[in-house]
Design a protein around this ligand. Structure first.
Ligand SMILES: [Zn+2]
Length: 339
């Protein structure tokens, strides 16, 4: 029994949201907070569907088959608006929020509620957040605002105070496996085990959209090779990666590496410490075991923390090369890991 149609995990939180919707109580504005690929946008769509579904039973998450549910799923419902950054921009433009406010003043055309989804609100600058605040202070009665971002702290305190927080948690592998099996995915247990608690990643791995599995394997190999490389090769690697002149592409290229590598280094650090926990990358246990055997637990913990810190600072840190060289220096050396 799932709390909301087609959503993997977050059951307790969604049960509360669904119960309120079923009683006809609208929270006016929610903040959906949690890591990438955890299901925030899916839940936002399901909340929109819960409110605007035309099935008289009003199931949690919507029925998924009525015209309103289908239109919402495809982004074609006139009362449900998704606001996101344009591909060629670095932020969500202030005009996008102003246009939304005009639109929101009108009563719903087809549904019960006008639902605005902002994804990712971390891409609103302070001025734009101020404009948005006006809507959060006096939302029209027919409005529901769903504000998606990685963590509440990227928003101003006044915005935070106007949002009911919905905090997304990492999902247990067994629950992800169950969700994959329901989608008729073969090999559900193995994929769930490698997805690090992120249902969105598990679904992409299952479909291998965009060569996700290939990319993960490639990035894993890149790290293992670096671990067994000397400083000259490591610095050449840092220079090459820092060389991308497009800031967004460069940040993304570094972020995607650190996102993957922090998990491998954490597994190695815990193995070196002799802590028995389920590894985040069970399919790389041989290699993380080799790293654990060849480096000190202290150094492995330090580099794991360093990766986390560099990832947090990534958007603000102008000197990519210095950052990558610092990582190259701190990464423990262990011979023959990639072999
Ligand atoms: Zn429906």
């Amino acid at each position: 029994m799932t709390a909301m149609r087609g959503v993997i995990g977050q059951r307790d939180m969604l049960a509360r949201v669904s119960a309120r919707a079923a009683r006809g109580e609208a929270g006016q504005a929610y903040g959906l907070f949690g890591p990438r690929s955890i299901g925030k946008r899916t839940v936002a769509l399901r909340i929109a569907q819960t409110w605007n579904c035309t099935d008289p039973k009003r199931p949690a998450g919507g029925c998924g088959t009525c015209l309103a549910c289908v239109k919402i799923e495809r982004g074609l419902h006139p009362d449900v608006q998704l606001i996101e950054r344009a591909a060629d921009k670095t932020v969500i433009e202030i005009q996008q929020i102003r246009d939304m406010q005009q639109h929101l003043a009108l009563r719903p055309l087809e549904g019960r509620k006008r639902v605005i989804i902002i994804d990712d609100a971390g891409e609103l600058n302070l001025l734009t957040q101020d404009v948005l605040l006006k809507t959060l202070e006096e939302p029209p009665i027919h409005a529901i605002l769903l504000v998606i971002t990685l963590a509440a702290t990227v928003l101003s305190e006044t915005i935070q105070s106007r949002l009911q927080p919905l905090t997304f948690r990492y999902v247990r592998a067994a629950e992800i496996a169950e969700g994959l099996t329901a989608r008729k995915v073969k090999d559900a247990d193995r994929i769930a085990a490698t997805s690090g608690g992120l249902p969105g990643l598990a679904i992409r791995l299952a479909a291998d959209e965009g060569g996700e599995r290939t990319m993960r394997t490639g990035l894993e190999q890149e790290l293992l090779k670096l671990v067994s490389s000397g400083l000259t090769d490591r610095f050449a690697w840092a220079a090459g990666l820092a060389d991308e002149s497009d800031l967004r592409k460069r940040v993304r290229a570094i972020d995607v590496r650190f996102e993957q590598w922090v998990e491998i280094m954490r597994d190695a650090a815990l193995a070196a410490r002799g802590v028995e926990v389920t590894p985040l990358r069970p399919d790389r246990a041989t290699q993380t075991g080799r790293i654990a055997a060849g480096a000190s637990a202290r150094d492995l913990i330090d580099v794991t923390l360093l990766i986390e810190k560099l990832r947090r600072d990534l958007a603000w840190n102008a000197n990519a090369r210095a950052m990558l060289e610092l990582f190259a220096l701190k990464l423990p050396y262990v011979a023959g890991v990639a072999a």
